[in-house]
Design a protein around this ligand. Structure first.
Ligand code: GUN
Length: 298
C-alpha cells in the first residue's frame, strides 16, 4: 500500500496564511510589520537560492525585509560591526546570517554576536539552552526541527509515548529535534533515540521506529527493510545528485529511497516538497513572534 504523503508545500501554505493574518493584526494594532535582515556573504549558489526564497517569502508576507549581500572577502570585524548595527535597529526583529561562511570568518563568533532576542534562526547558545529547559523558557526554536515538529503534529502523527529515531546529530537538526520531541508537552512526549555515524546496528534501531527522521546527508542511506511497516518517515536530506540541463536545476535526492520506502511507510515526506518548505515558514514564524514580543514590551 502506498504511504500517505506529508506535503510540506501544502502545510507551509496553511502556516503562511496564518502568519499573514498575524502580520495584518500587528499592522492594525501598532502600525508596524516584522523586520527581517538576511545577510549573505559571497555567492555560494545554494546559499543564494535559499536566501532568495527567504526574501521572497518575507516580502509576500508584507515584512520589512533587507537583503544585505556582502562580498566573500568581507573581514570578520566588518561583519561583526554590521551585526551590531542590526542588533541596535528597532525596525529589525530578526537577523539571519546565511551559512556556511567563508573559512576566514569564525561562524561561531558571528552567530554568538547576534542579539539572542533577534536570533530567529535559533542558533545562539542562549536559545539552545532555553530549548533544553523547555516549556515557557523556549524563545526561538531552530527552524528545521520546528518545521519537522509541525509536519508531525499537523499530519496527526501520534508522538505521545512513540518510539522516535533521529538519524544525524547536527546542532542544526538532529540534536535540537531529539530534545524537542522528548520534552514533556503536546507535540512531544516521545521516547527518542539519537543515532549517528558511530551507532552500531543502525538498521535495527531504525526498524524499531514509529517515527523515523533521517538527517544524515547521505543519499539513499535508509533502505526499505529499515522501515517498520506503517511508520512515519521524515526525510531531511537534500542531496544534489546531479544537474538537469533542461530545467537548469539541480537534481535533488533525500536520505531515503522514496519510491520504495513509500510502499512500506504509513506516511512519508517527499524530497523536494517535504521538510524544505517548512524551514522557511518557521523562520517567518519566529520573526513574527520576535516582532510581537518587541512591540508588546514597549
Ligand atoms: N544554511 C543552511 N541552512 C541554514 C539555516 O537554516 N540557517 C542559516 N542561517 N543558514 C543555513
Amino acid at each position: 500500500m502506498a504511504a500517505e504523503l506529508i506535503s510540506g508545500t501544502q502545510i507551509r501554505q496553511t502556516i503562511l496564511k496564518e502568519l499573514g493574518k498575524d502580520v495584518e493584526a500587528m499592522r492594525q494594532k501598532y502600525g508596524k510589520v516584522p523586520g527581517l535582515v538576511t545577510i549573505l556573504v559571497g555567492d555560494n549558489p545554494a546559499s543564494v537560492s535559499y536566501v532568495t526564497l527567504k526574501v521572497r517569502t518575507a516580502l509576500e508576507l508584507g515584512f520589512h525585509e533587507i537583503q544585505d549581500s556582502q562580498p566573500a572577502d568581507i573581514s570578520e570585524e566588518a561583519l561583526l560591526a554590521l551585526i551590531a548595527r542590526y542588533n541596535a535597529d528597532p525596525d529589525i526583529h530578526g537577523i539571519l546570517v546565511q551559512l556556511p561562511l567563508p573559512p576566514h570568518i569564525d561562524a561561531t563568533k558571528v552567530l554568538y554576536a547576534i542579539d539572542p532576542d533577534k536570533d530567529v534562526d535559533g542558533f545562539h547558545p542562549l536559545n539552545l539552552g532555553r530549548l533544553l529547559i523547555g516549556g515557557d523558557a523556549v524563545r526561538f526554536l531552530p527552524c528545521t526541527p520546528a518545521g519537522i515538529q509541525e509536519l508531525l503534529v499537523r499530519s496527526n502523527t501520534p508522538l505521545e509515548g512513540a518510539e522516535v529515531v533521529v538519524v544525524g546529530r547536527s546542532n542544526i537538526v538532529g540534536k535540537p529535534l531529539a530534545v524537542m520531541l522528548g520534552q514533556k508537552g503536546p507535540g512531544a512526549n516521545a521516547t527518542v533515540t539519537l543515532a549517528h555515524t558511530r551507532t552500531r546496528n543502525l538498521a535495527d534501531h531504525c526498524r524499531r521506529a514509529d517515527v523515523l527522521v533521517v538527517a544524515a546527508g547521505v543519499p539513499g542511506l535508509v533502505k526499505t527493510d529499515w522501515i517498520k511497516p506503517g511508520a512515519t518517515v521524515i526525510d531531511v536530506g537534500v542531496n544534489r545528485i546531479g544537474f538537469n540541463p533542461e530545467t537548469g536545476k539541480a537534481i535533488l535526492s533525500g536520505d531515503v529511497d522514496f519510491e520504495r520506502a513509500k510502499e512500506v511507510a504509513g506516511k512519508i515526506t517527499p524530497v523536494p516538497g517535504g521538510v524544505g518548505p517548512m524551514t522557511i515558514a518557521m523562520l517567518m514564524k519566529n520573526t513574527v513572534r520576535s516582532a510581537w514580543s518587541y512591540l508588546e514590551q514597549r
